[in-house]
Design a protein around this ligand. Sequence first.
Ligand SMILES: Cc1cc2nc3c(=O)[nH]c(=O)nc-3n(C[C@H](O)[C@H](O)[C@H](O)COP(=O)(O)OP(=O)(O)OC[C@H]3O[C@@H](n4cnc5c(N)ncnc54)[C@H](O)[C@@H]3O)c2cc1C
Length: 418
Amino acid sequence: MAAVPAFSPNPDVVIVGAGLAGLPIAWELLRRGATVRMVDRGRPGEGTSRVAAGMLAPITEVEPDDPVHLTLGQLARERWPGYVDGLRAATGHAIAIRTHGTLAVARDRDEAEALDRFRAICDRFGLATERLMPSAARKREPALAPTLRLALEIPDDAAVDPRTVTAALAAAVVAAGGTIESGCEVRGLVLDGGRAVGVERADGTTVRAGAVVIAGGAESARLAGVPDHARVPVRPVKGQLLMLRDPAGPGMVERVLRFGPGYLVPRDDGRYVLGATTEERGFDRTVTAWAVHDLLRDGSELVPGVLDLELVETLVGWRPTSPDGLPVVGPARDIDGLWWATGQHRNGVLFASITGALLADALTGDRTLPGRYGAIDPLAVVDPRRFASVTLDRDDPPARPTGPADDVRAPRKEDHAR
Ligand SMILES: Cc1cc2nc3c(=O)[nH]c(=O)nc-3n(C[C@H](O)[C@H](O)[C@H](O)COP(=O)(O)OP(=O)(O)OC[C@H]3O[C@@H](n4cnc5c(N)ncnc54)[C@H](O)[C@@H]3O)c2cc1C
């Protein structure tokens, strides 16, 4: 553990960012006896983690032709039931894992061929799938359009509501004695003799700690005060999605439905997540009319009943994305006391079940994750030092605080530009 004297008023660890990266780390470190302070400009779980669709989908989200990613995803998926049990025991919060699997659907010949190629890859990696003709698929999901061409059932994928997960994690952190400082912008890292010793708040006060973990999502790499050679090349990949609600309650669709780049993810309470765009637009938070249009057009082509649902939220998030698409969790290059926890890209919910252990294993040197899982060493594949140093464009404006008021607004005319 970090070298902080027992009588120090400072926490052992300060964590910037209380999302699905920071919260699991805080909880894990607290359970290992550290003192932890989290600092976030908003409330816990109100960044991109609030936007996520919640798929625990190591097969369909991760692309099975990337064996490293797939294996890490499978480790995370395997750990979810135990993780949820632990959270329930610690907080009383019950998190439902929907285990209805995924139904990947083809709407035309090109998509059907792509689905067969995807199935061949799954076969090669021994992943369970079932090929379904349209009538069989519609027997399982009667809301599907009759124009369906082919479907592939992937039974091992699952889903959770990420908002219930962040709420449970925040409660677990507090119950374990951690402090979450909300509404507090962090201006930069504080270094002393080349070592990270804390962070500076926007009001100029500092939080000193034995170790600093930057878990600021897509914004992690632009925190001021971090020397370029220690930065990580994480960028925002924008995603827009819609939250729909069936006033009649749940049941229109049970499985996660995938189509081309899109998906429809059912929640237990009758809400449906219709997603998502993938856009390289930097730190842009605009909800665009074209995205709302395209998502509804594609979703309703697959499930016509989508158009009868209420549109309750339009949401934008920034996937924190590294060049190889893998998480960036572990020590910074050449700066003692500085740790990164970002880069979860499209899988920050899935990886939440191992992110805490990945960082805590590396920070404490006390290994709880297997040294070998399949063909990978989980800690090695996420080590931030695999990247060379980066220089970032500092001209990006700082992000505004996130929250419901920010995320929900009607599309505007200027959003038309793609
Ligand atoms: C449209 C969309 C759909 C997705 N669907 C899925 C899915 O189905 N399954 C899945 O596994 N993943 C999904 N993801 C990915 C997932 O949402 C992310 O990987 C995950 O939420 C990242 O968590 P995080 O904690 O790193 O970031 P965030 O949740 O963004 O948390 C970072 C926190 O840091 C704080 N912060 C940053 N900088 C500062 C600062 N300077 N001072 C103070 N606070 C700061 C922010 O306020 C924020 O609360 C999706 C993402 C998007 C965009």
